[in-house]
Design a binder for this molecule. Sequence first.
Ligand code: MN
Length: 422
Amino acid sequence: MTMIRSWVESANDPAGDFPLNNLPCGVFSTGDEEPRCGVAIGDYILDLTALEEAGILRAADLPVFDVPFWNDFMELGPVAWDELRGALMDLLAEGSPHRETVEPHLVPQAGATLHLPVLISEYTDFYASQHHAMNVGTMLRGAENALPPNWLSIPIGYNGRASSVVPSGTDVRRPWGQLKAPDAELPTFAPSRRFDIELELGAIVGQPSGHGQPVTVAEADAMIFGFVLLNDWSARDIQGWEYQPLGPFQAKATATTISPWIVTRAALAPFRVPTPPRQRPLLPYLAEPGPMNYDIALSVSLAPEGGAETVIARTNARELYYSAAQQLAHHTTSGCPMNVGDLLGSGTISGPTKESRGSLMELSWNAKEPFPVAGGTRSFIEDGDRLTLRGHAQGDGYRVGFGACAGRLLPALDDPYARKDG
Ligand code: MN
């Protein structure tokens, strides 16, 4: 696959995230205007709400872009998804006869505010990178017992909180919580001292499944509308004390940041790759009918307050042992219904090398090996640090990019309960 050229000149930059091949879906606003739906093209956003109002674009009999989220459009299903992609290609391709009518509806990305692209129905987070599971397991339980006995059979997950999902650019406040040092007898209530990130891919579910109706991996794949970058902010010290026996709870509920553009499954189709070799045969319901992972280069950068950005990790989404389709299929085995707007986090994506670890806990080996950043070293996140995830699939002379998934850590409040006394 090569670059599909557009009359929007900036879309033809081989190093740009948003060529015509991509057309990712977002929600944006400018000035005091209401947020509306758009797709990124080069340095611009094409205003789909305006195109629909003007009668230039029509996805269904009734308007679907008159709301500040993509859920109504996703509900239309895969045929409508393909038709919109085709219609946008037609409007934006080099030599298109529609340039004059479309061009007034391009909005510069610089100066636009990006919002959550979907109403997140529910949020589930998984644990699908074997290198991450091995690293964390080794630190917590030793190398012999690193991988839990179920890990090679089940896509492990927990039900997270949709309410705490925020768009890139939102500041995150260091949380308070129950902490207990390994040698302490009792816990204290204090600000988290080991606050971390998790580099993940988020799958956006665009079609529902029925209550009591498990879906196959192939059906699950067809239900996925697209992907975002996802930072699962994690308080390791809160997690260490609370996680047994029901898994993470408050450690993961402060915030989850997602990148503002949904890169569609169609745009990523040329970059499909198989999951890694199975180390134990999977049960038949988890078998993949074809390659369902994606070759997406990923990075994490850290910039101290007022300091320069350092890339602290580089890895690839192809490291995931379970694909999003396998996770989604497994999620329905109990009969659990999935909804339009469901968000599935992949789990932290770590590779085999030291530089390819997707969390600070792994990069610093639980603070035993601090790593260098501009002006110092880090084990965990310090107040004022800005963490940025980036990702792109590399085509022949073009890339399909996600844009940035960034957030800055603000210092903890003074005791959040103190002002409630008396
Ligand atoms: Mn996670």
